[in-house]
Design a protein around this ligand. Structure first.
Ligand code: BES
Ligand code: ZN
Ligand code: ZN
Length: 509
């Protein structure tokens, strides 16, 4: 998509679709006023002018168009030489978060409208809507780019068919404002990365194996000149990453630990690690999940997808801090060698873990990865994982859980998430609950006490056991990584949650 700004008065802009922004106040003020004036052609394509030139107010009334946020009304507008004319309602919001979110939704509706009419050349008359603020412009572009996504890899009928709308080619913004339109490239790097994460999550688990994640990580490294190191099963055994290996024991697919590194041109002492849970399928292991509980478990690598994708954007955007990604990846399956509840395993850190539930596997593979990240020098560590069903209960399906041992890092993540429109909410690391992960036979056990609740907190406390001095934050994205229906810029399926927040965080450090 190419975005251009047109400040001059256009007598006849060329396009397939003209979208005009209308506020509630404007629509009210037109009541019985603008009348058809055929001698005039619109000059600046402001809402008022287009309405009066074409005499549209009666239709607004008939079709109950009030200019409410997101409301649209369509006309055929051959008279001004553009096949389709759509008015879209807009209202400015008060608080920062809903403001940014409103611009993203607006972008999303612009895309869906263009798609509806198959428009490739779209003229958008901004009128009362200002895109001067760079966060607003960023969110608006994100809304468009993120809505331009559909997953049809496995559909024999729709693939390559004409029905498939490929997106807006030219977006012409009619505005008197000077806009920082050159930020489009940076936004595109981040939205492309988000779509890459979605593709990985949506892939069938038969195709998205740990080896596939390795392949994709290598491709990303090659294309963007990141350093890549992949630890295979033998390397992991030599290192003593036995917690990761114990989860992999029940699978025929070999496990890996992927390490991608970005170094800024000017060396930085700030070393940030991003750690992503890469369970490419979670059957639960011997503590097997129910049929419905297993249905979506291809998404259990959403943390890994977010980290690989974020690294791609980071390599393009070149922040000033060093960023290292650690992605432990394996399946959680069952065979004769699978880990049994009751097994005790000593992981990379030297701590022994009693595994009482093989379905609490994410924390096991993350434990080894977190320890490695800190041992290799990371001072700030953020992990992202579809870790617990309990976070769905705690926060519902619209919000991820944030746990952190460091208030500053928690605040920085929250700010990054607010900008991204990815909702996160800080949860407490309740010290008293540490007793629930005490084991009678080992240093620690991998589940808390179900009857006491707080399952996301005990999971986070477990991870915390593998952090020494680093500032650490954990994002539990189990509830938000995958969704069953379309919601503005997020389509049903993998969301790519976390990519934007992680990239924004790293750029803000
Ligand atoms: N991958 C699941 C968590 C999950 C649940 C992700 C629902 C997405 C949607 C994780 O490995 C798991 O099974 N956790 C268990 C932990 C329990 C056994 C302590 C859970 O949440 O039930
Ligand atoms: Zn599990
Ligand atoms: Zn899992």
């Amino acid at each position: 998509m190419k975005i251009t700004i047109n400040r001059s008065n256009l007598a006849k802009p060329a396009g397939d679709l003209l979208i005009v922004v209308a506020t509630k106040e404007q629509v009210l003020s037109f009541k019985n006023k603008p009348s058809k004036n055929n001698n005039k052609t619109p000059v600046d394509f402001s809402c008022k002018e287009v309405v009066s030139t074409l005499g549209l107010y009666k239709d607004f009334e008939l079709q109950e168009f009030e200019g409410k946020e997101g409301q649209t009304i369509h006309f055929s507008s051959k008279e001004i030489g553009i096949p389709h004319l759509v008015f879209i309602g807009w209202q400015s919001q008060k608080d920062l978060f809903s403001q940014i979110d409103a611009y993203r939704k607006f972008g999303s509706i612009i895309f869906s409208t263009a798609k509806k009419y198959g428009a490739k050349n779209v003229i958008l008359s901004l009128d009362k809507l200002s895109l001067k603020n760079s966060s607003h412009l960023t969110a608006f572009i994100e809304g468009i780019e993120l809505t331009n996504y559909s997953y049809d890899k496995y559909k024999s009928s729709e693939k390559g068919s004409k029905k498939n709308y490929s997106g807006i080619d030219n977006l012409i913004l009619l505005t008197k404002e000077t806009l920082q339109i050159n930020l489009h490239n940076d936004v595109k790097a981040i939205t492309d990365a988000t779509l890459l994460a979605r593709d990985l999550i949506n892939l069938s688990p038969r195709d998205c194996t740990p080896s596939h994640l390795v392949k994709v990580a290598r491709e990303v490294a090659r294309d963007t000149k990141l350093a890549v190191r992949v630890y295979d099963k033998d390397d992991l055994a030599k290192m003593g990453a036995n917690l990761l290996l114990s989860v992999a024991q029940g699978s025929d697919e070999p496990p890996y630990l992927i390490n991608l590194n970005y170094k800024p041109k000017k060396p930085s002492s700030k070393i940030v690690a991003l750690v992503g849970k890469g369970i490419t399928f979670d059957s639960g292991g011997l503590s097997i999940k129910s049929g419905t509980g297993m249905e979506d478990m291809k998404m259990d690598m959403s943390g890994a997808a977010a980290v690989i994708a974020a690294m791609k954007a980071i390599a393009i955007l070149k922040p000033s801090v060093e960023v290292r990604a650690y992605i432990p990846t394996t399946e959680n399956m069952i065979n004769g060698k699978a880990t049994r509840p009751g097994d005790v395993i000593k992981g990379l850190s030297g701590k022994t873990v009693e595994i009482l539930n093989t379905d609490a596997e994410g924390r096991l593979i993350l434990a080894d990865a977190l320890h490695l990240a800190e041992k290799e020098g990371a001072k700030i560590i953020v992990d992202i994982a579809t870790l617990t069903g309990a976070i769905v209960v705690a926060l519902g399906s619209g919000c991820a859980g944030l746990f952190s041992n460091n208030d500053r890092l928690a605040q920085q993540l929250t700010t990054a998430a607010d900008q991204s429109g990815e909702k996160i909410w800080r949860m407490p690391l309740v010290d008293e609950y540490k007793q629930y992960i005490k084991s009678r036979v080992a240093d620690i056990k991998n589940i808390g006490n179900a009857s006491k609740g707080g399952g996301s907190i005990t999971a986070a406390l477990f991870l915390n056991e593998f952090i020494d001095k680093a500032a650490w934050a954990h994002l539990d994205i189990a509830a938000v990584a995958f969704q069953d229906s379309d919601k503005y810029c997020n389509k049903a399926g993998g969301v790519g949650f976390g990519v934007r927040t992680l990239v924004k965080l790293v750029r803000s450090l």
